[in-house]
Design a protein around this ligand. Structure first.
Ligand code: ADP
Ligand code: MG
Length: 228
């Protein structure tokens, strides 16, 4: 069952008089429960594709069906609601509020969605990433790996079906990277579909499928074969 069906999607950015073809006819189907990596050189369109998948950006042409919903038919409000309910985002720079505690950062999406029992849900999400004991720490009092785990907890707090991570380990050392990957494995095991952009072959090899972009097109799409 596909959660994502992308058909011949293009994205053209207008930079003054210059047109940038960031995506040039991408077709991609992702099933529920997959754990997939998107790789490719800088400028190949990885972030643009992630933004389209995450409904942060609208394709210039082509079709995008997310969980049986044609997103081109939705109003901005419906799109925001869909994003909040179904998707979790993780970025390279964590994007946490610096003055707010870990717990407050994780509560934020719940405020937008008007949920009750926010503190408890946020605490549960922090515990899921092993940070229950750090709930009252501010981002500056946490290591990079811990900050990224807070960001993962924030992405999880609305129980999304799909987690989108753009270079989630780009700023992290090997140890912290392994921790993040191990959390992703656990979440994927729990049924969450995961798509991540990475520059690191080791990280991509931890997923089950690698899609490679070049100049805004998919040039390979391969299952990861494990030898051990
Ligand atoms: P990647 O994430 O693989 O490095 P991007 O998706 O960020 O690549 O960018 C693909 C191309 O689109 C690049 O040429 C980039 O300069 C261009 N681009 C990305 N975002 C914008 C934007 N908002 N406005 C204009 N050009 C953009
Ligand atoms: Mg990018």
């Amino acid at each position: 069952m596909p959660i994502i069906e992308i058909e011949n999607v293009t994205k053209v950015y207008q930079l003054g008089k210059v047109e940038v073809n960031a995506l040039r006819g991408v077709t991609l189907s992702v099933d529920h429960g997959e754990m997939m990596a998107i790789i490719g050189a800088s400028g190949s369109g990885k972030s643009t594709l992630m933004n389209v998948i995450g409904c942060l950006d609208i394709p210039t042409s082509g079709r995008y069906i997310l969980d049986d919903i044609d997103i081109s038919q939705l109003s901005d409000n419906k799109l925001a609601e869909l994003r909040n309910k179904k998707l979790g985002f993780i970025f390279q720079d964590y994007s946490l509020l610096p003055r707010a505690s870990a717990l407050s950062n994780v509560e934020l999406p719940l405020i937008y969605s008007g949920r009750r029992g926010r503190r408890k849900l946020a605490m549960e999400a922090l515990e899921r990433v092993g940070l229950g004991a750090r709930a009252n720490h501010k981002p500056t009092e946490l290591s990079g790996g811990e900050q990224q785990r807070v960001a993962i907890a924030r992405a999880l707090v609305n129980s999304p079906d799909l987690l989108l991570a753009d270079e989630p380990t780009g700023n992290l050392d090997t140890h912290a990277t392994e921790e993040i990957i191990s959390i992703f494995h656990q979440l994927n095991h729990d049924g969450i579909t995961i798509i991540m952009v990475t520059h690191e072959p080791d990280v991509a090899a931890e997923t089950h499928r690698i899609v490679r972009l070049m100049d805004g097109q998919v040039i390979s799409d391969e299952k990861v074969i494990r030898t051990n």
